[in-house]
Design a binder for this molecule. Structure first.
Ligand SMILES: NC(=O)c1ccc[n+]([C@@H]2O[C@H](COP(=O)([O-])OP(=O)(O)OC[C@H]3O[C@@H](n4cnc5c(N)ncnc54)[C@H](OP(=O)(O)O)[C@@H]3O)[C@@H](O)[C@H]2O)c1
Length: 235
């Protein structure tokens, strides 16, 4: 059986780096994307250990030209992608009330958290379709849930994650016939630059949980919103 090929965005730090590390340990081929492949010492250090299995590619998820360029490159190399993990994420720099909303932050949240995964899926679909059962994961957030009762805050982030959830629901319906399973996964509140040091979960457990959800995923679960422990969440 050929190796499973996983493409992970935002792979240079946080949850994305840990997913990269653990998928490599599991024997997968990982296409690890980050904004600048030459400036990521942590990722580059994995190269020695996993040469021939790890491919580091530069891609800013807010730049459609860069997304297209990577998709074309992979297509020319006849790459078959089994799994895309849309992990790159952006949280507004400050939590501001509606009186002081920062337009640029809200716009960036949408570009990174919702439009990026949308366009990446569009560009990589031909490569996903070459796999027998391919999967798309959007690393979403419970903060994007419309039904969960929670404090009002972080407008750009919450709205963009709700939009990402809608992307999952839409894609799951449109891609069902092509056997592409799509899910949203909340990684928990995780100790990363974004989650901060008071967060409850460590990256190792979060990444492990996300990978377990992915491994159990079949087309019949497509369109579901899970948390990293495998519990279903309400949109
Ligand atoms: N940590 C939590 O508690 C938590 C909770 C719920 C959901 N999440 C979600 O989990 C995912 C990973 O978060 P994390 O905690 O690991 O965050 P993180 O440590 O802050 O890492 C964010 C990653 O996203 C990348 N990124 C940001 N903007 C990008 C862009 N324009 N193009 C390409 N990559 C970009 C960053 O790359 P650079 O290094 O180049 O900036 C970095 O690799 C995100 O989608 C986040 O929303 C996290």
């Amino acid at each position: 059986m050929s190796d499973v090929v996983v493409l992970i965005t935002g792979a240079n730090r946080g949850i994305g780096f840990e997913l990269t590390r653990q998928y490599l340990i599991n024997g997968c081929i990982v296409i690890a994307t980050c904004r600048d492949k030459n400036r990521n010492a942590k990722l580059i250090s994995l190269n020695d250990e996993y040469s021939g299995k790890l491919f580091i590619e530069s891609m800013d998820i807010t730049c459609p030209e860069q997304i297209e360029r990577l998709a074309n490159k992979l297509s020319e190399q006849n790459v078959v992608i089994d799994l895309i993990v849309n992990n790159a994420g952006y949280l507004d720099r400050e939590n501001q009330s509606i009186q002081f909303i920062n337009y640029a932050d809200a716009e960036m949240s949408f570009k990174v958290n919702s439009l990026g995964p949308l366009f990446l899926t569009h560009c990589l679909l031909p490569l996903l379709n070459k796999s027998r059962l391919s999967k798309i994961v959007i690393v979403s957030s419970a903060m994007g849930s419309l039904s969960k009762e929670q404090a009002v805050s972080w407008y750009g982030y919450r709205m963009s994650k709700a939009a990402a959830n809608m992307l999952v629901v839409n894609l799951s319906k449109e891609l069902e016939a092509s056997n592409v399973a799509v899910v949203a996964v909340h990684p928990g509140w995780v100790q990363t630059d974004m989650g901060g040091t008071s967060a409850k979960e460590n990256v190792i457990d979060s990444a492990f949980g996300i990978m377990k959800v992915v491994s159990l995923l079949s087309i019949s679960h497509s369109g579901t919103f899970y948390d990293f422990s495998g519990d279903e969440l309400a949109y």
